[in-house]
Design a protein around this ligand. Structure first.
Ligand code: AMP
Ligand code: ZN
Length: 466
């Protein structure tokens, strides 16, 4: 039985979709004011695991991921660079989708952009004004009155009654030391330049939180199954989404709220503001294949912090290698046979699924995969694997790979032919033996064949010359 830890109830609950066999899923997407870092991709990778496992279990999935293409940060940075904000966000949006492809994150069904849904946001704010949950300030902005919403604080587990209720907050992002009325609609200010919309609410632009309320309900209805994000989204973003949507529609917004923990570096959240971040490209440039990064981001349970280290990448590369090796062996097997393979495969398949059923326990599921790999290797080396057994084992491994998606080697790796990789190996051996002339000669040979050698703290890598 599939179950998820629901942030709203703070316990694991059996998952039952509203419509049988169909899951409606909203995943908060990026604010495209910069290149996403690998911490962000941890969140998107967790959502990829969730999506793939729902599909694995036979559900139809309708997933929506919004693109925040107007907010405080975008306006600040686009105006500082003096470029049109759409021009400003375009390269980051493009890079985001390229990165998702690189990491083999499956496509959502819809990627709505905030600037394409201003009308829906205006309608929502109008409903909130009408129902008495919103009020106008002197400058023409519109704020949400959190004290009007009885359940405010339920998701983040805070009790507004016990908290200091300080005044309004204009910024989209703020901490939960004190709860505040937040902006639904921000009246135009000179700093906004020409980033504004003329609407029935006046001239201005939406607050960040209303963007997600409008886009989720437009594509998924007033009440849908799962909403996800990183833990930093719980408050205020998701708390505010609930307050806005439920006050406007009178219906419960979401049944299951799932949040993934942060990717951390030396104990701190990887974030742009702390400056301790790597973009995907920076890690790729160090010579790690995309699927190795994918594996690292995927393999820690989503509710645990993931401590990012270079050793983890090495371990992931070794794990993938082990998987690919057993596949190669199975493809070339010729043994006499053993009748217990069906049972083994069936058991491991069931365990793999039931382990993931338990709140996406991927670390446990990988344990099962590698216990199977060990058994298969044993049978192969004992000569106890038949062709038909190997075909069945390959089928099981490929089923697991519907979730993992690491078996197929990426093009980047194939860009460096085996011959060159062997030369690199020779050079490393020569260097280890202090035969530097030989090492240099091999490096020259590699370069003559169109590749460059780069020495990194984690060893030498080769790349095609640009
Ligand atoms: P942002 O662009 O900061 O709004 O973040 C986009 C998504 O990435 C959100 O769901 C965040 O919760 C998530 N996120 C940001 N930093 C991290 C991190 N270090 N680890 C995991 N997820 C993160
Ligand atoms: Zn959101």
């Amino acid at each position: 039985m599939l179950q998820f830890y629901n942030t709203l109830s703070r316990k694991k609950e059996a998952f039952i979709p509203i419509e049988e066999g169909h899951v409606r899923l909203y995943t908060c997407g990026p604010t495209v004011y910069n290149y996403a870092h690998i911490g962000n991709y941890r969140a998107y990778m967790f959502e990829d695991l969730l999506r793939r496992f729902l599909l694995y279990k036979g559900y139809k999935v309708t997933q929506v991921m919004n693109i925040t293409d107007v907010d405080d940060k975008i306006i600040r940075d686009a105006n500082a660079e003096n470029v049109d904000f759409r021009k400003f966000t375009a390269p980051y949006k493009k890079a985001f989708f390229e990165d998702l492809d690189t990491l083999r994150v499956q496509k959502a069904e819809h990627y709505p952009e905030a600037t394409g849904h201003i009308d829906e946001m205006v309608h929502l704010v109008e409903a909130l004004l009408e129902h008495g949950y919103a009020y106008r300030t002197e400058d023409g902005s519109i704020y949400y009155s959190v004290e009007k919403f009885e359940d405010y604080g339920q998701l983040a587990n805070i009790n507004p009654g016990e908290m200091q209720h300080s005044e309004r907050v204009e910024a989209d992002e703020y901490d939960k030391e004190s709860i505040r009325d937040f902006a639904l609609w921000k009246a135009w200010k000179p700093e906004d330049g020409d980033i504004c919309w003329e609407t029935s609410l006046g001239k201005g632009r939406p607050g960040w939180h209303i963007e997600c309320s409008a886009m989720s309900t437009t594509y998924l209805g007033n009440h849908f199954d799962i909403h996800t994000g990183g833990v930093d989204n719980i408050f205020p973003h998701h708390e505010n989404e609930i307050a806005q949507s439920q006050a406007a529609t009178g219906e419960q917004l979401v049944n299951y709220w799932l949040h993934c923990e942060h990717l951390i570096v030396e104990g701190e959240k990887m974030s742009k503001s702390l400056g301790n971040f790597y973009n995907l490209r920076e890690v790729l440039d160090k010579g790690y294949a995309p699927e190795v990064i994918r594996y690292v981001l995927l393999s820690t349970h989503y509710r645990q912090k993931l401590n990012f280290t270079w050793e983890k990448l090495e371990e992931a590369a070794a794990a993938i290698e082990r998987l690919r090796n057993v596949v190669t062996h199975l493809e070339n097997v010729s043994g006499d046979g053993d009748s217990t393979i069906d049972e083994l495969l069936e058991e491991r398949s069931e365990e793999f699924e039931s382990t993931l059923d338990d709140d996406l326990n991927i670390a446990g599921a990988l344990g099962i995969v590698f216990s199977l790999v060990k058994d298969l290797n044993q049978r192969i080396s004992d000569g106890a694997m038949t062709n038909s057994g190997a075909v069945k084992a390959l089928k099981t491994l490929r089923q697991f790979d519907e979730i993992l998606d690491v078996l197929e080697s990426s093009e980047k790796e194939q860009d460096v032919p085996k011959e060159i990789q062997q030369l690199l190996q020779e050079r490393e051996e020569a260097r280890a033996a202090r035969e530097y002339d030989k090492a240099d000669a091999v490096r020259d040979e590699i370069q003559a064949k169109g590749f460059i050698v780069e020495d990194t703290p984690d060893g030498a890598i080769v790349k095609p010359k640009k």
